[in-house]
Design a protein around this ligand. Sequence first.
Ligand SMILES: C[S@@+](CC[C@H](N)C(=O)[O-])C[C@H]1O[C@@H](n2cnc3c(N)ncnc32)[C@H](O)[C@@H]1O
Length: 222
Amino acid sequence: MTILSEQSVREFKHHLINGSNALGIKVSDHQSEQMLVHSKELMVWNKKINLTAIKKPLQIAEKHFIDSIAAASFLGNEQSVIDLGSGGGFPGIPIKIMNPSVNVVLIDSSRKKINFLKHIIRMLDLDTIDAIHSRVEDLHENNVYKNKFDAVISRAFTDLSKFVKLAAPFLNKKGAIYAMKGKNADQEITPEILEQYNLTTDHYRLPFEKSNRYVIKLSAKS
Ligand SMILES: C[S@@+](CC[C@H](N)C(=O)[O-])C[C@H]1O[C@@H](n2cnc3c(N)ncnc32)[C@H](O)[C@@H]1O
């Protein structure tokens, strides 16, 4: 099925590459092609299952892909990343596309969304990435995932306090938690979080619509 005209494809890639460039991030032609494939499938599957409220191609480019790529640029050189409540694959799939050597695990409690994510992984022929159908809390005692990750990340999953509790069991000793947030991010930071973690906040603005985004990084106090 042709979901995008040739003109729309050109506009999508242009938007993705130029918008990322404006944030100082280089997206190659191959990477933009991979994100285009993911976007087209997102639009097709979204007609049957609820993957995203964002439906226009250029908005998908900016609000899903550029947002995920920008947040990924604040990761250190982590080699294993788990994305909690990954939904349509954000930020986990763009993280993998931008950093092919990183091991990525995507978790979601919706079987339909996991089927979609497995389909994308197959279409893009990605390796060292897995999509797991589970509630996050049901994996806390699973030795495959417990204390195994350098980074736990999420976007639009839950509030910061709850995310920290759900993320902590996955971290290895040097691991860090990354929460992608929109406006009022600072209001979610509680004294309990500051007691337990060193906190840094990075900021960027989406390049076209100009809204503010924050990545809150938490690493355990030694
Ligand atoms: C609002 S969506 C965000 C999706 C994606 N991270 C994004 O930013 O586009 C939240 C996702 O978390 C999943 N979810 C909610 N509670 C969960 C839980 N306890 N364990 C695993 N996934 C969960 C939902 O199925 C949904 O796909």
